[in-house]
Design a protein around this ligand. Structure first.
Ligand SMILES: *[C@@H]1O[C@H](CO)[C@@H](O)[C@H](O)[C@H]1NC(C)=O
Ligand SMILES: *[C@@H]1O[C@H](CO)[C@@H](O)[C@H](O)[C@H]1NC(C)=O
Ligand SMILES: *[C@@H]1O[C@H](CO)[C@@H](O)[C@H](O)[C@H]1NC(C)=O
Ligand SMILES: [Cu+2]
Length: 708
């Protein structure tokens, strides 16, 4: 239910309008956030407000390209906000026009709750620790009152619990005990789960299992250097660290080969805008590739629009563990400040991120986005066998990496948007951090729903699934999409079509309607996004970007489960829907809906609404492609007490987009023609110059390994 209120003219706050942005897609500056919060305070005068969100309301696509490509006016600078009003349930939200400092729209939405902010998560622990009923439960499982300072909780979104629905703003507190404050608490989970009402600041209920389990008496398992020293230190090597590790330095004597103008990146023919918001984190927009002077559009917008981490233990209340981390916590809100030279290495350009704090002041996360280059191995090579492989071309590549890392309670998600010089765009996810754990009894068989990763520590099975949102613009606004399956030729061996039985081909099935686009991954499947009116002069096939994604686990929760209801996008590997702006300019951004926290999963919203009856036409028009990818995680002891990064990735490759290998113009590192070989000429050789003098040390001075 929505109560919509249009405001004609509005009392202006006492702040001067902040300077306009360098680029319409730039995130709100700290000055803009401050100015907007002043307008909001004025608008809700006399009410007790907690600020939840102030972020850029991006211009709609049409307005953006009218400005960019048709000399049109700069699109209006709009800020979207959410506030929590004391004593009022639901979401108070609206839009502020930043130039005029007026509220353009304000409304109230029931049946959901606003996103959880880091402040919400931090506040929960103290509430839980001082609650007498929680203290009593701690005593029951073996933690005396005096130890309460060492009781911790990971505050989690409640998901949806029908006992309260969305009537109160709730969190579930997953309980743990530490031996001291430097410890990792995940080896000592507790068996009960308090429910906290955040608006009231109190515990309203405690879920207590029928079977009680005492807190484990086993030694804590942790991973900080002092704990490593305790585990592995010896008198000769007190730190316990491996001693065979030598420094690995990266030097870029002439700096980077990319150029940043404000938020606009130019690198090796790519050009795009790098945005960042509280929810999706990094957003890449208006991406083009300069094809020898012809600046060709690729994607209007790329982002991670949602994710879900559903757990597979059927026992109450573990079914509640299915965090929709992007919609419920925000990949931006949970983003880490990155440490110089640690989170990424080389010559680095950082971007800060700005949010609102609970009082409406601008809050800055330093170094939220890391931008750097890395060596990318060989781009291409060929040697001629005729002269013992002396005739050769070897070209090395570089890659550009735009990255962020966000922490969703126990897990870290390291996101790397990677660009290759041949026009390939990759997304690599490195999953690290700590397993969500639950206590098990000393001799308990944890069964098939989890793994005992340490004595009395049960880590439940779960999935990590993301929804990648692609707004393609391959050589223009109107695109189509299809599956491309590697298929055996029709006809049995011996038939006229397939006489020798060896035939195979790429079987393309173009999506005409939304229903056609609801496809699942198979081992032989990729997907093409293409411009049907732009035909490659050699292949006769349309200019395309191919989605290659092999980490595409199917959603394992069944039809009718809360998980499937609340993540209607996760049931398929792809969904293609027409692009649409709505009155607030959303442009179909969030496939589990605008407000995810405490959504029951009922009703038509997000992807369920966009799919509708499946009849919308999606051929040769402005489309959005959503792609579900990720992994299924069956924990093992190697994942504990902290998990070595688990890597999964996907890529978007140009196909029939160029008329030849697009990196022929990258200078080879080593090249010799047959004539040069015959005449004893050097050709091109920058390789031997690049061999570090220390290379010889690796094999000792006497080795004959190296070129003279
Ligand atoms: C390489 O990096 C290490 C730090 O990791 C530093 O101590 C050392 O001086 C560097 N060496 C060179 C040759 O730059
Ligand atoms: C894809 O998987 C879903 C279950 O997640 C199933 O309902 C649907 O029928 C499958 N679609 C196709 C085309 O196989
Ligand atoms: C794109 O498709 C729409 C129909 O979906 C059509 O109205 C429009 O003219 C097309 N634009 C171009 C440039 O082909
Ligand atoms: Cu996992």
């Amino acid at each position: 239910m929505e109560r919509l209120q249009q405001i004609a003219s509005q009392a202006t706050a006492s702040v001067a309008p902040p300077p306009p942005p360098a680029h319409p897609l730039d995130p709100l500056s700290p000055q803009e956030i401050k100015a907007v919060s002043a307008v909001i305070l004025e608008h809700y005068k006399g009410k007790q407000l907690t600020f939840n969100t102030i972020t850029l309301r991006e211009p709609i696509k049409r307005a953006y390209y009218e400005w960019k490509e048709k000399n049109g006016p700069a699109p209006p600078r709009l800020a979207y906000y959410v506030v929590v009003e004391k004593g009022v349930n639901g979401v108070q939200e609206g839009v502020v026009d930043v130039a005029s400092l007026t509220v353009a729209l304000s409304k109230s939405t029931d049946g959901v709750q606003p996103i959880l902010t880091p402040h919400d998560l931090q506040a929960t622990e103290e509430i839980v620790r001082s609650d007498p009923r929680v203290i009593r439960q701690c005593e029951i499982v073996g933690i005396p009152k005096e130890e309460m300072k060492n009781v911790y909780c990971d505050a989690w979104t409640i998901g949806y619990d029908e006992r309260w629905g969305a009537s109160r703003r709730l969190q579930q507190a997953l309980m743990y005990w530490r031996s001291d404050e430097d410890d990792s608490h995940y080896s000592h989970p507790l068996d009960f789960c308090p429910i906290v009402d955040m608006n009231e600041g109190k515990v309203i209920y405690i879920d207590i299992p029928n079977r009680r389990r005492q807190v484990s008496k086993h030694k804590h398992s942790s991973f900080h250097p002092k704990h490593v020293a305790e585990k592995f230190g010896t008198p000769e090597n007190p730190s316990g660290f491996r001693q065979d590790d030598t420094p690995y330095n990266v030097t870029q004597p002439n700096g980077v080969s990319f150029k940043m103008t404000g938020h606009v990146m130019e690198w090796s023919n790519f050009k795009f805008h790098i945005g960042f918001n509280y929810r999706e984190g990094i957003v890449l927009s208006d991406m083009t590739y300069n094809d020898h002077g012809n600046e060709r559009p690729l994607f209007h917008r790329i982002s991670l629009s949602e994710m879900i981490v559903p757990y597979g233990c059927p026992d109450f209340p573990h079914q509640r563990k299915h965090a929709l981390d992007i919609g419920e916590y925000g990949a931006g809100y949970c983003t880490n400040p990155l440490a110089l030279g640690c989170d990424c290495k080389g010559v680095i350009h950082y971007m800060d991120a700005h949010f609102t704090d609970k009082a409406g002041e601008a809050l800055t996360v330093k170094n939220a986005v890391c931008i750097h280059e890395e060596d990318d191995g060989l781009l291409f090579k060929h040697s001629d066998f005729r002269d013992d492989f002396q005739t050769t071309v070897v070209t090395r590549g570089k890659k550009l990496i735009v990255s962020q890392i966000f922490t969703a309670a126990n897990y870290e998600y390291c996101l790397y948007w990677i660009f290759r010089q041949d026009g390939t765009i990759k997304l690599e996810v490195r999953l690290t951090g700590i397993l969500n754990t639950f206590v098990c009894g000393e001799d308990e068989d944890v069964g098939k729903w989890g793994t005992q990763v340490y004595p009395q520590v049960n880590a439940h099975n779960h999935q990590h699934l993301f929804s990648l949102r692609l707004d393609p613009r391959i050589d223009g606004d109107n695109n189509s999409a299809s599956t491309s399956d590697a298929a055996s030729g029709d006809g049995e061996t011996g038939s006229t079509q397939n006489m020798y039985g060896n035939a195979f081909y790429a079987k393309k099935t173009v999506f005409k309607t939304v229903a056609d686009s609801l496809t699942n991954a198979t081992t032989t499947r990729t997907w093409d996004i293409f411009n049907p009116s732009k035909i490659n002069k050699f292949s006769g096939k349309p200019s395309s970007y191919k989605l290659v994604s092999t980490w595409a686990s199917p959603l394992l929760a069944k039809e009718g489960s809360l998980v499937r209801k609340r993540a209607p996008w996760a049931a398929y590997t792809t969904e293609v829907v027409p692009y649409r702006d709505d009155d607030l300019g959303y442009g179909r951004l969030y496939p589990s809906g605008e407000h995810v926290a405490q959504w029951s999963g009922d009703g038509s919203r997000g992807m369920r609404e966009w799919i509708g009856n499946g009849e919308d036409k999606i051929e040769n028009t402005d489309i959005l492609l959503f792609h579900t990818f990720g992994i299924t995680h069956f924990p093992a002891p190697e994942d504990f007490p902290v998990m070595p990064t688990e890597i999964f990735d996907l890529m978007l490759r140009p196909r029939h987009f160029f008329t030849e290998n697009p990196v022929l113009d990258v200078k080879p590192s080593y090249a010799k023609t047959t004539t040069e070989v015959k005449q004893g000429l050097t050709g091109t050789d920058t390789c031997s110059l690049n061999v570090d003098k220390t290379s010889r040390l690796a094999f000792a001075e006497t080795s004959s390994c190296c070129k003279k």
